[in-house]
Design a protein around this ligand. Structure first.
Ligand SMILES: NC(=O)c1ccc[n+]([C@@H]2O[C@H](COP(=O)([O-])OP(=O)(O)OC[C@H]3O[C@@H](n4cnc5c(N)ncnc54)[C@H](OP(=O)(O)O)[C@@H]3O)[C@@H](O)[C@H]2O)c1
Length: 264
């Protein structure tokens, strides 16, 4: 089966998105459906939202397969991915499901059980997604896997230490995997969004400079993936600022962050 679209070289006609019920994942599903993807495989937990999204993408001409699953069940996640890779052969897999926690309104600190849950979703489930789809892609000799990190991966933010660390893990993992698998024809991309309108973003404390709409983020992500860019980071000014914070002395970056209203 050839899962690429003849109108646009390399266009993935079958796209699998985890966390499709959320702001960015949902916008990505619609973006790919509107761009002509033939099949979308959409995962989330919220079955009502999954159905709404399936209807919307279906109306745009895509065939939609949905899967309600908690990605913290890593064995179930990997078993489902192995199955769906056999039956549908997704050409692009976006590991997007994620959660955020913070240190609380009075800076009381992160709850340990919440930290474990976050690591299960943001790190272990992302790695499990890669391990779930990689065997089929290696067998085929091609495929694309995009991992959703964050600009918070450049320099940890005081409100969200575990989240920042989890996104740094995903960034580093994706970069290493890109180099490790390129010779087998498998593309890895790391997506580093800044602030994008979504429930997670609204729930997050602290300033939100350069806030983007989710559909704009989805457009930029799709184009970046089409061009197989190693890192798809946006918006430009915030990306540059966060990158610079990561290379200067941490005492100085900490001072700047405080002046900007982080960690107050
Ligand atoms: N929005 C931002 O400003 C921003 C910035 C940088 C990076 N990101 C990253 O972008 C990705 C998407 O986030 P978003 O902003 O779209 O947030 P969101 O609207 O809160 O969506 C999060 C998605 O993850 C899914 N999810 C969470 N826990 C899950 C679990 N245990 N099992 C299965 N699915 C689970 C949710 O599914 P259900 O709702 O169905 O449970 C939902 O689809 C995340 O990885 C996030 O870290 C977001």
């Amino acid at each position: 089966m050839n899962n690429t679209d003849s109108r646009e070289p390399g266009f993935p006609s079958c796209v699998l998105i985890t966390g499709a019920t959320g702001g960015i994942g949902g916008a990505l599903a619609v973006e790919y459906a509107a761009a002509g993807a033939k099949t979308l495989i959409l995962q989330g937990r919220n079955t009502e939202r999954l159905q709404e999204l399936a209807d919307r993408c279906g109306a745009l001409g895509a065939r939609v397969v949905t899967q309600a699953l908690d990605v913290r069940d890593h064995d179930a996640l990997m078993a489902w991915l192995a199955d769906v890779c056999e039956s549908e052969m997704p050409s692009l897999v976006v590991a997007n499901a994620g959660v955020n926690i913070n240190t609380g309104p009075d800076g009381q600190g992160e709850d340990w059980q919440d930290v474990l849950r976050l690591l299960d979703v943001n790190v272990r489930a992302v790695f499990a997604t890669v391990h779930g789809v990689l065997p089929a892609m290696r067998k085929r000799g091609h495929g694309q896997i995009a991992l959703v990190s964050s600009l918070a991966a450049w320099r940890g933010l005081p409100e969200t230490p575990s989240y920042s660390a989890s996104k740094a893990a995903v960034k580093v993992y994706g970069e290493a995997m890109r180099d490790a698998l390129a010779h087998e024809g498998i593309k890895f991309n790391v997506i580093m969004p800044g602030y994008v309108e979504s429930q997670m973003c609204f729930d997050m404390p602290g300033p939100k400079p350069f806030l983007w709409k989710a559909d704009k983020a989805a457009r930029v992500i799709r184009r970046g993936l089409q061009a197989n860019r190693a890192r798809i980071s946006f918006p430009f000014p915030l990306n540059l600022g966060c990158f610079l914070l990561s290379v200067i002395h941490p005492a100085v970056s900490g001072w700047i962050l405080k002046r900007m209203g982080y960690g107050d």
